[in-house]
Unconditional design. Structure first.
Length: 375
């Protein structure tokens, strides 16, 4: 792996904060945010990173986070809808500089509570689940991540991502079931699809019209046919629509055995405690493991966007805002592609974009199947 270009820093040595803050500013402009908003959100990112914002990029990443392949504790994403500006999102690990998982979680919780004071929202639902996801001796690959939907006006929508394996991988299912029960979704767990594990549970905090509880399920060796049957929404997408997205994003034809490298993820969101059915369904494809380079990933993403009536040229500009390298010179800049359905709303397509603050993953040398068109 080779070091990613960082560019000059006006204060001297390139740092984690200066690089990711610059990326946020440029990407925010692509997403249609005002200069004032992107400056506000760059400050929010600096606050979330804490002292790690000033960490020189010449040093190793502050922690071996699996938030990204090169352990950058920051990820960006653009969520597209027809006839609208894309919604920009930021995912960050506030506790990335901690020397233990328990301190990581405490730092993350303090960061969320500081945001709650700043933007006047409560953390009641998070507090209700603290013993499940932030125990005295946590286990697993993460403690707490924070996602921010960067809206015009300088006040984001806030989400937290928690680790169902905090009490042990063997207790993940019981942890998710108990969390849903405490939050009033007492029959929701039984409606989830079968899978190989529960990597995340996410909570909407603050100014959401319908706050969601989101449960992610891992699906090893997922095939297109299996993907088409994952949704548990009452009025969700038909199997053909999900299968078409799967085949284009993963580049796998109908005779393929499935996602044999990094697994696919499904996500079901719950808003109404009076029904067992979820109100939302998303399929996440780790496109970076099924392409030779980001040029292929960009081509697949563009086909999906055009199929859904969305402006694919925005994604070209977004990649240029993140890095000066050519898409063909690495793989992983586009980490995931996701197709999201929410009740009574048109489908959304989300591209998850890596900062590559520390390294660029070289292009793959093996031949990958050519993608099929969306059907």
């Amino acid at each position: 792996m080779t070091a990613a270009p960082t560019g000059p820093d006006p204060r001297g040595t390139p740092t984690l904060g200066s690089l990711t803050g610059g990326q946020l500013r440029r990407l925010g402009a692509v997403a249609g945010l005002s200069r004032a908003d992107v400056e506000t959100y760059a400050g929010v990112l600096t606050d979330a990173l804490g002292t790690m914002a000033e960490r020189p990029l010449s040093l190793a990443p502050p922690t071996r986070t699996f938030l990204s392949d090169d352990h950058t504790p920051v990820e960006f994403s653009l969520s597209f809808r027809p006839d609208a500006e894309p919604s920009m999102r930021l995912l960050v690990e506030p506790g990335c500089g901690a020397d233990s998982l328990v301190r990581n979680g405490r730092t993350g919780l303090e960061a969320i509570r500081a945001m709650a004071r700043r933007w006047d929202f409560t953390t009641d639902v998070l507090d209700e689940l603290q013993d499940l996801f932030l125990p005295p001796v946590p286990r697993g690959p993460l403690a707490l991540w924070c996602a921010l939907e960067l809206r015009p006006g300088g006040v984001p929508r806030v989400k937290v991502y928690l680790n169902p394996a905090a009490g042990g991988e063997e207790r993940s299912a019981a942890t998710v079931r108990e969390a849903l029960h405490r939050l009033g979704h007492r029959r929701a767990f039984g409606g989830l699809p079968q899978g190989g594990g529960y990597p995340f549970l996410a909570l909407d905090l603050g100014d959401w019209a319908e706050p969601r509880v989101k449960v992610y399920v891992r699906h090893d060796n997922l095939t297109a046919g299996q993907a088409g049957r994952l949704s548990r929404m009452d009025s969700g997408p038909g199997p053909a629509a999900v299968e078409g997205f799967f085949r284009t994003a993963a580049g796998l034809g109908p005779d393929a055995t499935g996602l044999g490298r990094r697994p696919g993820l499904s996500c079901h969101s719950f808003t109404d405690t009076g029904t067992v059915r979820p109100s939302g369904f998303t399929l996440h494809i780790p496109v970076r493991d099924y392409v030779r380079h980001d040029g292929e990933a960009l081509a697949r993403a563009s086909r999906v966007l055009r199929h859904h009536g969305m402006d694919a040229s925005v994604l070209d500009r977004a990649l240029a805002a993140l890095t000066e390298r050519r898409p063909e010179d690495g793989v992983g800049l586009i980490a995931y592609l996701a197709l999201a359905h929410q009740q009574d709303q048109p489908p959304r397509v989300t591209a998850y974009l890596s900062s590559e603050a520390y390294a660029v993953r070289p292009p793959a040398v093996e031949t990958v199947r050519r993608p099929l068109p969306v059907s």
